[in-house]
Design a protein around this ligand. Structure first.
Ligand SMILES: C[S@@+](CC[C@H](N)C(=O)[O-])C[C@H]1O[C@@H](n2cnc3c(N)ncnc32)[C@H](O)[C@@H]1O
Length: 236
């Protein structure tokens, strides 16, 4: 999962699909500043290739990232040589300091496998948060609004490379199993194929809210963000 082949084309695919990291980062900063006007330090959990971090670095005085996948992290570190990008797991990280803002974007929280892991991770987040600080979580689909059997397809041609991405997601117990196939073509290498399978938890809105509460965080759910997935914002 999130191996070297995906890390190499991840940014190109999401740029081609129209994901606007800058707009998302500005929305997060506005939501945070409405609650903590003086927020200056930010930690992005599961920061991937560092696309939000690059924008957050222009909006906050000090930013850092944490990411599990070495290949994704390598892209983030190359992109942001002056930003501390830690290799680590959001279930077990301990950075020995606090941040005013902690974010976890693009459904990454869904890689926590159980409500127990979710609650433990949010407790860990709360321990890394400054007094009055804010947490922003862009959740995966809720169990109540997930579209079972959803298929999506995109063809992106950018920078001399064409990538076709086809995904199928199906409910499997309390999770969604998303299979994604990629065809990658360019003039020098011809056509290559790889696939990844992602098991992403389908927590309900209520399960997220009780995990925030158990971590001692006051949470609000804002349904109008992130293409219908919404955003949680919580304060310490
Ligand atoms: C959908 S990507 C999102 C990446 C980035 N936040 C973005 O918006 O582009 C999910 C990321 O979560 C990371 N991830 C999954 N489980 C993790 C964990 N337990 N701790 C830290 N990162 C994790 C993956 O390696 C991957 O980079």
């Amino acid at each position: 999962m999130y191996g070297a082949e995906l890390a190499e084309i991840y940014d190109l695919v999401h740029r081609g699909r129209g994901k606007d990291y800058r707009v998302e980062a500005e929305q997060v900063a506005d939501l945070v500043r409405a609650r903590m006007p003086g927020a200056r330090s930010l930690l992005d959990l599961a920061c991937g290739t560092g696309q939000h971090l690059r924008c957050f670095a222009e909006l906050f005085s000090e930013v850092a990232g944490l990411e599990l996948s070495e290949p994704m992290l390598a892209v983030a570190r190359a992109r942001l040589p002056r930003v501390r990008c830690h290799q680590g797991d959001m279930r077990s990280f301990d950075l020995g300091r606090r941040f005013d803002v902690i974010t976890c974007m693009f459904g990454s929280i869904g890689y926590l496998a159980t409500t127990r892991e979710l609650a433990d991770a949010l407790r860990r987040v709360a321990r890394h948060l400054s007094p009055g600080g804010a947490v922003v979580v862009d959740p995966w689909w809720f169990s109540e609004n997930f579209l079972d059997g959803h298929v999506s397809a995109d063809v992106v041609t950018l920078e001399g490379r064409t990538v076709t991405r086809v995904s199928h997601s199906a409910r499997e117990g309390d999770a969604s199993r998303m299979q994604v196939h990629y065809l990658v073509a360019d003039a020098a290498s011809g056509i290559g194929h790889f696939s990844e399978t992602h098991l992403i938890s389908l927590f309900s809105r209520a399960q997220y809210e009780s995990a925030f509460a158990a971590a001692g965080l006051d949470v609000e759910y804002l349904p109008e963000f992130q293409d219908g997935r919404g955003l949680f914002i919580a304060t310490a």
